[in-house]
Structures are given as structure tokens and as C-alpha cells.
Design a protein around this ligand. Structure first.
Ligand SMILES: *Cc1c(COP(=O)(O)O)cnc(C)c1O
Length: 485
């Protein structure tokens, strides 16, 4: 299948080409030319890895099925801590299932894609060296570093805002091992990091520098289509499990509620819907950085506002890259998308018409704030004895707001994108615990008070040596790469 750019001036002949390039050469994002339907009948009884190989193979169709299965097994059977990679927690009277996506090597959902992406790349490289560049608001970075660690023929550069990630996320990155890994703090916020990476991709000098080395620059951010495709799978897998457990009947509509930042995870749900999964509404949950909520309600995307640093830092984003893909899918008009993106770049805003807004009708957007998040973490723990992380709390809250607004009660998947132990300060505060604790002691106290186990990869972090301590200005992002070779 061809992968075409959302801005219409570039395409890749195969998914391997699209995955290796990351960003399209006209500045747009690659999307599959069409999204094939999956066959419901092929899903029953499959393991997570088998389903992943099947669904991914429909979109990344130039990979061999056997290869995909091997990659999926190596990712989901070997690197995750629970069988079939995820865990479903049903809250029956409320018609809701929390999908725990945080049982991988870095305790956040990004492991689903980043345990696969290096394997896609290794399968596509044909002798070239790949230099991976990634901007992160916290979780992508660590997942990319882990995913690419010591993968031959690759090196990975992760840029994170020095004050814009949680202490746990920072610790995870600063203790990263691996000869080919570089975790670099920048003096700026996530949007600066993301813009800096995009600029490196369109910088001719860097292109020549890479060419001289026989290397390609690519991205592990969700601008890379190889990041998105594995994220389609868990929606379909969760649905199938609900059918198996008799909670829904095959064909029943469900809703999904997704804590959203760069719009990658929820776009996976949109792809699942387009491919045939009966999703009624996609509930897009934001924190106080509610650009998306405003956009889906008014048609105006306006990034001209201050970025707020919240207790759900992985959603602290004002320029939500994958919205561009959605706009392309619903309009099919690359020139129009390119014009909106030019407006966004120049004036920080763009506006779509009523027709486009109606075409986006399957998406319902809500937002919460730190205080409502903490209230919810406390009340859900008191009522259900279940511990939510700060991002998942936004999705749970958005679902409640949705119910209040629409009164419609489809069974809903609430996507739990991180372990509560990744954001222990805010979670403990919500429960009125551990005021004066930090580090390992805070994790232990939270775990004991809530009878919730600490995920293995988060144990012992404070005993590990700090191996990555570079802090640079945003102007020096390109230089930092060259200096490392
Ligand atoms: C990245 C992340 C999100 C946002 O996901 P997007 O794909 O960027 O929308 C939400 N929660 C957590 C914990 C994350 O790491």
C-alpha cells in the first residue's frame, strides 16, 4: 500500500519507506491510502501478539505475516509483565472497563508501539544507519530509549523539557543505559522540543550530514506511522475480550475515552473504527491545556495561549500533531490541510468550517483540571478501591461529563495510559498521603496505603547511576547530534 502525505506533495511507496522516513518530505504526515476492514471472524481466540500481527499486517502490508508475528511475540510476550500485554478491569454497574496499558517496560502505553517500532525499522533498513529523533513530554522518550537501546544500526536522541516532565520520568531518562541512547534536557517546553525536532528534519545541512554518514534521520514520535499502527490493536483486542466475557455482544456499539496529548492514541481508536470496530463516540479527554476541547466544540484551533504545566504532563501539549491526520481523513483535501497547517505555523491558529466540524461528529471532547483529577482519584479509590493515574483520571472524568451531557450509556473503554506510580506525587496528594516523602519511599508508602503493587520497572530507580545529564538550549538541538558521533 502507498502512504500519502497529508499535505499532498509526497508519498511513500511502501510502509517500510514511510516508517523509515518518519515525517513526509513536504512537512506533512504519512497516512495509509486506505484503511482496510478487518474480519471479525478472524479475531476470536487470538492471543494479543497474534491479533497484533493480523491487524498491523492489514496496514503495514509489505511486512511478511510470519515476520510480524515474530516481532509481536518478541514485543508483547517477552517485554510485557502480564499475559497478553494488557489488563481489563470491569466496573460493571457503571458499564465501563479500564484498559490498563501500562504493563510494559516503562509503565506507560507508549510501550505498545515502541517495543514494535525498532523491529519495523530493523526490517526496513537495508544496511543504512538510522538516527532516531524524538521530542517527549515524558513517556515517549523513555519508551523510545528502551525500545531502541542497543538495537544495531540505530541511535536514539530524546529531547525533553527540563522542567516539563515528572521527577519519575526524568529519573527514568537520566538513568537510561545503552551505548546508542542520548537523553537530552532542553531549556524550553514540549512544543519547543517538538518544533526543534521538526526543524532538524527539514534542515538541509543536517540532511547532508546524515547522507554523508550513510544514515537516515527518523522519528519515534507519533508523527511516525509506525508508532500509530500498533495502537490500533488494543482497541480491537479489548472489544473482543468483552465479547468473550459476555459483557457485550458482537456488533454492539461501545465508546472509548482516551487521555489525549498529541492525538496519537485516540487516532488509533479512529483507525480501529474506520476498519470496522463498532465505536459510537471517541471521547477526547484533555487537561487544562484544552486546545482540542475548544477545537472540537468551535472549529477554531488556537494554540495562542500559555502552556500550563499540570500533574498530567504527557498531555501538556498545545500543538497536537496527529490532528493533521484526522483532518486529512475526514476531508480528503491535502491542499486544505496544508493551508490550515500553514496558518497554524504562522499565526498559531486555524479554523475549519461547519461541514468539517460535522464530519468530526464522532469525537466528543471534554477537559478536566488538576483539582478535578485529584478529587476523582480520591473518590474512585474510596468507592472502587482502584487507583487511577493522573492522565487516566482525565479520561474517567471526560466519560462522566459525557454521560452527563448526552445521557447515553454505551459500554465504555477508559484507556489507562500510565501506572499511577509514574506520577506518585500527585496521586499521593490526591489521597492525602506522603506529604514529605519522595523517591522510592513515596512509592512504597503509596503502594502500602493502596494495596497496589509497584510496577517492576519503576523499582530501584533511585539506586541507579545517573548516566545522562546533558542540558542544552533549544538552538543547540542539531549540534547535540553531530557532537555525539
Ligand atoms: C503520551 C501520553 C498520553 C497522550 O497520548 P497521545 O497519543 O500523545 O495523545 C496520555 N497519557 C500518557 C500517560 C502518555 O504517556
Amino acid at each position: 500500500m502507498k502512504f500519502i502525505s497529508t499535505r499532498g506533495k509526497d508519498f511513500a511507496n511502501s510502509s517500510q519507506e514511510a516508517v523509515l522516513r518518519g515525517l513526509a518530505r513536504d512537512g506533512g504526515l504519512y497516512v495509509p491510502q486506505d484503511l482496510p476492514k478487518f474480519e471479525m471472524g478472524k479475531l476470536a481466540g487470538k492471543s494479543y501478539a497474534e491479533m497484533a500481527a493480523y491487524i498491523i499486517g492489514l496496514i503495514l502490508d509489505d511486512f511478511e505475516g510470519e515476520d510480524l508475528l515474530e516481532m509481536a511475540r518478541a514485543a508483547y510476550d517477552d517485554r510485557f509483565y502480564v499475559k497478553d500485554a494488557l489488563r481489563l478491569i470491569n466496573f460493571e454497574d457503571k458499564k465501563k472497563t479500564v484498559v490498563e496499558l501500562f504493563h510494559g517496560p516503562t509503565a506507560a502505553f507508549k510501550d505498545f508501539a515502541l517495543t514494535m517500532l525498532p523491529r519495523f525499522m530493523a526490517g526496513s533498513m537495508r544496511g543504512q544507519e538510522v538516527i532516531i529523533l524524538t521530542a517527549t513530554s515524558g513517556d515517549t522518550g523513555k519508551a523510545a530509549l528502551e525500545g531502541f537501546k542497543d538495537v544495531e544500526g540505530t541511535s536514539v536522541f530524546v529531547y525533553y523539557p527540563t522542567d516539563g516532565v515528572s521527577p519519575m520520568q526524568k529519573r527514568q531518562m537520566m538513568t537510561q543505559e545503552g551505548k546508542n541512547t542520548h537523553a537530552i534536557a532542553i531549556e524550553g517546553n514540549f512544543d519547543h522540543a517538538q518544533r526543534g525536532v521538526k526543524e532538524i528534519f527539514s534542515d538541509e545541512e543536517m540532511a547532508h550530514w546524515a547522507q554523508d554518514r550513510g544514515a537516515v534521520l527518523s522519528s519515534a514520535n507519533s508523527i511516525n506511522i509506525g508508532r500509530l499502527v500498533p495502537q490500533v490493536v488494543y482497541y480491537i483486542y479489548s472489544y473482543e475480550k468483552l465479547v468473550e466475557e459476555g459483557i457485550i455482544k458482537r456488533g454492539d456499539q461501545i465508546n472509548v475515552s482516551v487521555p489525549t496529548g498529541n492525538f496519537g492514541d485516540i487516532l488509533g481508536a479512529y483507525y480501529a473504527k474506520t476498519m470496522g470496530l463498532p465505536i459510537h463516540h471517541l471521547i477526547c479527554a484533555s487537561n487544562e491545556n484544552k486546545v482540542l476541547t475548544d477545537f472540537f466544540r468551535t472549529g477554531v484551533y488556537d494554540a495562542n495561549r500559555d502552556l500550563k504545566l499540570t500533574q498530567s504532563p504527557s498531555m501538556d501539549i498545545l500543538v497536537s500533531s496527529n490532528l493533521e491526520r484526522l483532518l486529512y481523513h475526514v476531508t480528503g483535501e491535502a491542499d486544505q490541510v496544508a493551508a490550515w497547517m500553514a496558518d497554524l505555523k504562522e499565526g498559531g491558529r486555524f479554523e475549519v468550517g461547519q461541514d468539517v466540524l460535522s464530519a468530526l461528529g464522532s469525537i466528543k471532547a471534554y477537559h478536566g483540571d488538576d483539582e478535578s483529577g485529584r478529587d476523582l482519584i480520591r473518590s474512585v479509590f474510596e468507592e472502587e478501591a482502584y487507583l487511577l493515574d493522573t492522565h487516566t483520571a482525565m479520561a474517567w472524568k471526560a466519560h462522566e461529563d459525557y454521560l452527563e451531557e448526552t445521557g447515553k450509556g454505551y459500554h465504555t473503554l477508559v484507556m489507562a495510559t500510565a501506572s499511577p506510580f509514574k506520577f506518585p506525587g500527585a496521586v499521593a496528594q490526591a489521597l492525602g498521603l506522603g506529604e514529605d516523602l519522595e523517591g522510592e519511599a513515596l512509592l512504597e508508602s503509596l503502594s502500602q496505603a493502596t494495596k497496589t503493587p509497584i510496577p517492576d520497572p519503576l523499582r530501584g530507580l533511585w539506586q541507579r547511576p545517573l548516566t545522562q545529564d546533558r542540558l542544552i538550549s533549544i538552538e543547540d538541538m542539531a549540534k547535540a547530534i553531530k557532537e555525539s558521533f
